[in-house]
Ligand binder design. Structure first.
Ligand SMILES: Cc1cc2nc3c(=O)[nH]c(=O)nc-3n(C[C@H](O)[C@H](O)[C@H](O)COP(=O)(O)O)c2cc1C
Length: 201
């Protein structure tokens, strides 16, 4: 009987110390912070369309970005149609005077536009882009901000696309978040500059 009590006490002690170790792990390896730190710009993609469910999870995360006065000035256009994706790629490349695919073969483009009538639209749109990039990483997809959305949607061809998509109003292209399954390993991050954070205590 004495042995029985001793064994129970030992097992209980082991479980308690295991619980503490888990708690420490959670504190040292916060999943959300780890996700922010390990996301990288991905510039090579597999020729495989991600599951629609994953794309929806990413776009939903985008809609939860903070916006000035909560006015939700941005919109996200999720392009999975290959012909439209290729058209956007051509228009984007043309801004640089080139023909190479600026979307690095990614099958999905999430175009973020924001309503110029809202004073905080640029900040709002950039935060939506940030959410999309980080959410993509969280669900195992690669992503990269591809610029020149402003030039594309200020052009006549870009305006025609907006009309085709039924988007009316004074929208500015903020960025394109390309999405897909990464091909190969993510690049290592550049070291952070020494004076990035300055504490005033
Ligand atoms: C405003 C902005 C515009 C960007 N435009 C492009 C682009 O047009 N093409 C590209 O390959 N990467 C683009 N990037 C991705 C950056 O080059 C990338 O985030 C940077 O090199 C840091 O790498 P990391 O995201 O892996 O930390 C852009 C990023 C931002 C924030």
């Amino acid at each position: 009987m004495k042995h029985g009590i001793l064994i129970i006490a030992l097992v209980a002690g082991m479980m308690a110390s295991c619980g503490n170790a888990q708690k420490e792990n959670v504190m040292n390896e916060n999943v959300a912070l780890e996700n922010l730190k390990t996301r990288r710009a991905i510039r090579a993609y597999q020729d495989k369309m991600p599951d629609m469910k994953l794309i929806e999870q990413v776009t939903e995360a985008g809609t939860y970005a903070p916006t000035g006065m909560g006015r939700q000035s941005p919109i996200i256009v999720a392009v999975t149609d290959k012909a439209t994706r290729d058209r956007l790629s051509q228009l984007n490349a043309a801004v640089m005077g080139g023909e190479n695919d600026p979307f690095y073969g990614a099958p999905v483009v999430l175009v973020v536009l924001a309503d110029r009538e809202v004073p905080t639209y640029l900040y709002d749109g950039a935060l939506v882009m940030g959410n999309l990039l980080n959410a993509a990483h969280a669900v195992g997809l690669g992503s990269c901000w591809i610029h020149r959305a402003k030039e594309v949607f200020d052009s006549e061809e870009g305006k025609a696309l907006l009309k085709e998509w039924g988007i009316e109003g004074n929208y500015e292209g903020i960025g394109n978040c390309i999405l897909g399954y990464p091909a190969g390993d993510a690049p290592a991050p550049k070291p952070r500059k020494a004076d990035y954070v300055r504490f005033v205590k």
